[in-house]
Design a protein around this ligand. Structure first.
Ligand SMILES: *Cc1c(COP(=O)(O)O)cnc(C)c1O
Length: 334
């Protein structure tokens, strides 16, 4: 795989650390747990979307865009990182936020990522849950074109083949680090939502024949739907990269058991996982993605499923701690 064939601009502080989680490993009695710190990508409190934006923003600039448009949930980490990247590159940014979470608190509506979106001067529009977000973005693009502007539309979560390249890059970086450290990795576990992260990681790790298994934990859709969606994007990305044999359906695993009542709605397991990571590792997870993924990892370890005590498991930390400030009530109440 030769990523330099694709336009890219540097936005990430990389390589991000690959660190042991010694106290959490001890608490759970194995497997050996490591964390790949993609919460530390640097841009505006960091996170996984910065990886994708290195390729997406380069494409936007190549096409002569003066405005980027994107969408997400109200507390979208992707929207916040896109707004920050736009500032750094001197582009305008328009964000459409979907009111996906019912009965949201004032903190959810205004704090965390929303506060930062405003600090970055992004244009913000709110729409109701269930809105056709692609159509909504196209409408904004039309308005901008009408005024003589040049819009570039970034899909939700930055998840298309171009964005997925960011996670090909991240997983190759992790593999290189593991080889330098003499660390044998058996599994990589992470939260999966709009699919670009898992599609990229699978392409990176399968495309280099690493033998590392990728285990996604869904934060929104049930298992089958999520796996189908990841497989579709992973296949397209593999084709773009020219990976021999492509990506098979069996390479895609997404557990759907830890979503709870829905996207962005707290679960007891998430609250426990966020609290344990904080108190045993001094590590900040987030309530919507990495907290639910860690809840899944902890539960599967306790049940003795998927991972054996002898395995080495890397938790790919995708960021999102800025969203903690929107969930203070849910996290401290219990
Ligand atoms: C967007 C996001 C994810 C999910 O990544 P996808 O590429 O959308 O599947 C995971 N964690 C955090 C913190 C995110 O913001």
């Amino acid at each position: 795989m030769h990523l330099s064939r694709f336009p890219r601009i540097k936005l990430c502080h990389a390589p991000t650390p690959l660190e042991p989680m010694e106290r959490l490993t001890k608490l759970l009695g194995g497997p050996k747990l490591y964390v790949k710190r993609d919460d530390c990508t640097g841009l505006a409190t960091g996170g996984n979307k910065t990886r994708k934006l290195e390729f997406l923003m380069a494409d936007a600039l190549k096409q002569g865009a003066d405005t980027v448009i994107t969408q997400g949930a109200v507390q979208s980490n992707h929207a916040r990182q896109t707004a920050a990247a736009a500032c750094k590159l001197g582009l305008k940014c328009e964000i459409i936020l979907e009111r996906r979470v019912k009965d949201a608190t004032p903190a959810y509506e205004n704090s965390g990522n929303v506060f930062l979106d405003k600090l970055f001067g992004a244009g913000i529009r709110h729409v109701a849950s269930g809105t056709d977000m692609n159509a909504a973005m196209e409408k904004v693009a039309e308005e901008i074109r009408g005024k003589g502007g040049k819009p570039y539309v970034i899909p939700g979560g930055g998840s298309n083949t171009i964005g997925a390249l960011g996670y090909v890059a991240s997983s190759l970086e992790m593999l290189h680090q593991a080889n330098e450290m003499g660390l044998r990795i058996d599994h990589v576990v992470h939260a999966t939502g709009s699919t670009g992260t898992q599609a990229g990681v699978v392409c990176g790790l399968e495309g280099s024949n690493s033998g590392i298994l990728v285990y996604g934990i869904s934060v929104r859709q049930p298992k089958d739907k999520q796996e189908e969606a990841v497989h579709k994007l992973a296949s397209q990305t593999a084709e773009m990269l020219g990976i021999k044999g492509g990506v098979t359906r069996q390479m895609i695993v997404a557990n759907g058991d830890y979503v709870g009542a829905g996207y962005g709605i707290p679960t007891p397991g998430m609250v426990e996982a966020v609290t344990l990571a904080a108190r045993y590792e001094g590590l900040l997870l987030d309530p919507v993605y990495s907290g639910k993924a860690m809840a899944g990892l902890i539960d599967l370890i306790r049940k003795g499923q998927v991972f054996s005590k002898k395995d080495t498991v890397v938790f790919l930390h995708t960021g999102g701690s800025t969203g903690l400030f929107a969930y203070e009530d849910a996290l401290l109440k219990s």
